[in-house]
Design a protein. Structure first.
Length: 199
């Protein structure tokens, strides 16, 4: 987020491992996602696990919605310190959702390690030059406005989703799919209105 004493803008990007882990539980168990801003399925696709059906109850769906909402609220409140795994606890003990979580968490973590490795391969080094350049969007907006942009911080959390998708969660927090973040045209189209609001 905003660096102490900063008089400029700052954009940070992070692969959202905990958010992806939560979505892994959702996809593996076939739980319905939030209705107000449906998050696409993970990519590569996580197969539906028939053995999870006894725990994929309506209660588990409700519990997942609460878990996801609490996570997003926590991200929105985080200021100077990045949120670590301890900031996003597992579901409450004794719930159907906790049973689902415990049944898939090890395979979810293995899946996430591979996705994180792939994400780094696609977004670091020479590959970075083929991506959108947020600083160019900031400069273009400044030229259009005829002034330097006010100091702001934007925290971008990237998820491995099946299609281009992005949502502004809070003032300086957005969730985006890797497909959107690595597509210069789609990424810049998504970022421009967000950055104009921050500037």
């Amino acid at each position: 987020m905003m660096r102490a004493g900063s008089t400029s803008w700052h954009i940070s990007t992070d692969f959202d491992r905990h958010g992806a882990r939560m979505l892994y539980v959702r996809d593996a168990a076939g739980l319905a996602g939030p209705a107000d801003y449906p998050v696409p399925r993970l990519s590569p696709e996580v197969g539906l696990r028939a053995g999870l059906a006894p725990f994929a109850t309506e209660n588990a769906v409700d519990q997942w919605h609460l878990w996801w909402t609490a996570y997003l609220d926590g991200l929105g409140r985080a200021e100077a310190v990045r949120m670590g795994p301890e900031s996003a606890p597992p579901p409450d003990p004794g719930t159907d959702l906790r049973a689902l979580y415990e049944l898939v968490v090890d395979e979810a973590n293995e899946w996430l390690r591979e996705r994180y490795r792939e994400f780094n391969g696609r977004t670091l080094g020479p590959a970075r030059q083929r991506m959108a350049q947020p600083q160019e969007v900031v400069r273009r907006i400044g030229r259009t406005l005829g002034r330097e942009l006010a100091p702001f911080a934007l925290d971008v959390r990237v998820l491995p989703l099946e299609r281009k998708w992005g949502r502004r969660i809070d003032g300086g927090l957005v969730l985006v799919s890797e497909a959107l973040w690595t597509d210069p045209v789609a990424c810049e189209a998504f970022l421009e209105p967000v950055l104009r609001l921050l500037a």
